[in-house]
Design a binder for this molecule. Sequence first.
Ligand SMILES: [Zn+2]
Length: 509
Amino acid sequence: MEATVGTHSRRRAAAIFVVLLGGGALWWLGGDGSGVAAGNGSSSATILSGEMQTTSANDPRLASAHRFEDGGWIYVHLEGDPATIGFQHGYLLGPDIEDGFAAVSAGMMHESQRDWAFFRKAAHEMLWPKIDAEYQQELQGIVEGLHARTGSKLDVDDIVAMNAFEELPDYYVPWYNKQQNVAHAPNLKSPGNCSAFVATGSWTKDGKIVMAHNNWTNYANGERWRIVFDIAPKTGHRILMDGFPGVIASDDDFGINSDGLMVTETTITQFEGWDPDGKAEFVRARKALQYAGSIDEYTEIMLDGNNGGYANDWLLGDSKTGEIAQLELGLKAYKLWRTKDGSFAGSNWARDPKVIKADAPQFEPNNLETSPNARRVRWDALLKENKGKIDVNLAEKMLGDHVDSYHQKPQSNERTLCGHVDSSPRGVDVWGWTPYFPGGAVQAKATDSSMTKEMKMVARAGHPCGEDFLAKPFLTAHPEYSWQEPYLRDMKAGPWTEFHSGETAASQK
Ligand SMILES: [Zn+2]
């Protein structure tokens, strides 16, 4: 299935112009698996985007969209029908999408030992036919906007595979390798992304909901995970969420909608399973944030076509009722807890014995040495200690917490809520993160019921504690990660910054 991409002669001429400029911009070499990112083609790309802006910036589809940067974040406002939202996304974030694609695709190929053609095929044959028409149009729109902005060679299969970067390499590939009895398959493990909590009732300062989340991922991807999406879709609710360039869901998952729903999650460690007939997780997650107005509706959308990809413990809040919930979404089993007076925390552990048995059989809930369980102990202590005082201000501090509950002392490592695995000689074996793996908490967000009513959140780019990660000294000390050199950049912490829907006059209604 080819993307229906409108090209006109000037656009094509500009694309050829870039090719002639040299190899710098030609970091993508096609679907034969030899595609590797050079990571430094930006000078040519900049020339191109200048060219394209003069030809496409007047496109009427861009009239209601805008972009600005603040606090280390890139804020984009997208508005309209699905194809228009996609075009705006692709155009406003064009260079960021190419840059993000280079880092993400290199990581997917390296880890899975599969070429890019494998992921394109999975996207095209397995995922695409089950994507709702609305999101197919949005994804095609992203490709069209991207082409208009940068002349990129990426097509819709590339963009769909990138959208599935959390579910294809760590969920689909291990399942596929097992099915096909692949010899010498890499030992792939589902990721452990994030520390989060949601609290309500007597636990919070104002008795309403507080929700907070920091995103754990490798630093190469995480440093690029700094988009604030303000989406006003033609149908469904308005959305404010963080996200990754080119991806239609938040994907580390922190978002609120105009019907008062608050959503975040952390992944289930050592989850195993995949349903090739299911719907991509990134599609269900986006759809649920756009269309659900209640905990029940959210659960229903996530369960519809559950493919087991990127299996999470979803932490939800309904600011209209003050109720919070935890949806532990396995593939063979799931469980929903809900309360109007309590707190739910997440740090990549599964909680329900049935889910553990059916979907994460290797997970050891009682091994307090591991990152998920050590952080679980810390969340329990920290939330209890602060019961009745929890607000967004305190949540910001908790997200930057550096207490290692296993060693009972402050030191930032893989066991702290603000993760710094690059400083850990242990790494995180249960996720396949080797010693000193350059990963951990890469950014953080928080909001509460009152802020949600006004479509507001706070966000901090970089480590939530405020420390910087510097790539060069790290790579010098750990040459075993030198393959990441083209993509791994400094990750400087920004200030906590408030964002709200319709942040500039141009899009306010
Ligand atoms: Zn930290």
